[in-house]
Design a protein around this ligand. Structure first.
Ligand code: ZN
Ligand code: ZN
Length: 81
């Protein structure tokens, strides 16, 4: 799930999360290499109040991906295979 180089969303400064592989807006996360969702569940930072439009959050850019590790950690099913 590492597509850092090949797909860029139309938003500003998109980064790829190290944990879930989703793109996110670096300005929306406390951590440079983790999306707000992962940094929240892994490190307890404030999560984004995700607001999904089509297939990604318009606030942080997260696309709903969760790593298997994180999905297990929070008891959710992975949304993508
Ligand atoms: Zn993430
Ligand atoms: Zn969000």
């Amino acid at each position: 799930m590492d597509n850092a180089a090949c797909s860029t969303p139309s938003g500003p400064t998109a980064t790829v999360c190290d944990e879930c592989g989703s793109q996110f807006l670096s300005s929306s996360s406390k951590m440079a290499s983790l999306c707000p969702d992962c940094s929240h569940h892994l490190y307890g930072y404030d999560n984004c109040e995700h607001m999904f439009v089509r297939d990604h959050c318009i606030r942080c850019g997260w696309d709903g991906s969760r790593s298997k590790y994180l999905a297990k950690l929070i008891g959710a099913k992975p949304e993508k295979p």
